[in-house]
Design a protein around this ligand. Structure first.
Ligand SMILES: Nc1nc2c([nH]c(=O)n2[C@H]2C[C@H](O)[C@@H](COP(=O)(O)OP(=O)(O)OP(=O)(O)O)O2)c(=O)[nH]1
Length: 136
């Protein structure tokens, strides 16, 4: 059986809006929107991986807040896990430094304005449910 490799995605939230990132590569994913993040490296915790990836890709300092329950299959052997996260005080604003060519903060009623990767849609839907529950 093939080992699963965890890809962590951030539901980065600021003022109730969610950050979506448009991939610039590889060609089959370019132009589609995702949750910024990446592969967890051997010996690294998913939360640490997410903080590292957000620093590399977006130039931001963040902390993870909570895991969004669930795990979604990507192209084998990858699976996607999602954590909500927030910017730390004093962090720079996110910039598309690596892997992305556009970023957009989406209010809850605009979440479906962007063309999410097909495999991200259930994860984004679950994330929204989770946020709604927390908002009461
Ligand atoms: N980060 C991220 N990757 C996703 C999402 N949905 C999805 O299918 N993927 C895929 C794209 C890639 O094949 C893989 C993650 O790769 P990546 O390129 O973001 O990760 P990485 O920075 O660690 O990659 P690498 O270049 O170091 O190999 O998962 C998503 O929402 N976020």
């Amino acid at each position: 059986m093939t080992e699963r490799i965890v890809v962590v995605g951030a539901a980065l939230l600021d003022g109730g809006r969610l950050l979506a990132a448009r991939r610039s590569a590889p060609a089959d994913l370019a132009g589609r929107w995702e949750l910024p993040g990446g592969k967890v490296e051997p010996g690294e915790s998913p939360r640490d991986a997410l903080v590292r990836e957000l620093r590399e890709e977006l130039g931001v300092e963040t902390e993870t807040v909570a895991r969004v329950p669930g795990e979604w299959p990507l192209r084998s052997p990858y699976v996607l896990r999602v954590y909500t996260a927030r910017l730390l005080p004093g962090s720079a604003a996110p910039r598309a430094l690596q892997d992305h060519d556009e970023l957009r903060w989406l209010a809850p009623d605009r979440i479906w304005d962007v063309d999410w990767l097909d495999q991200d849609v259930p994860a984004v839907r679950e994330t929204l449910t989770h946020l709604d529950a927390h908002a009461g």
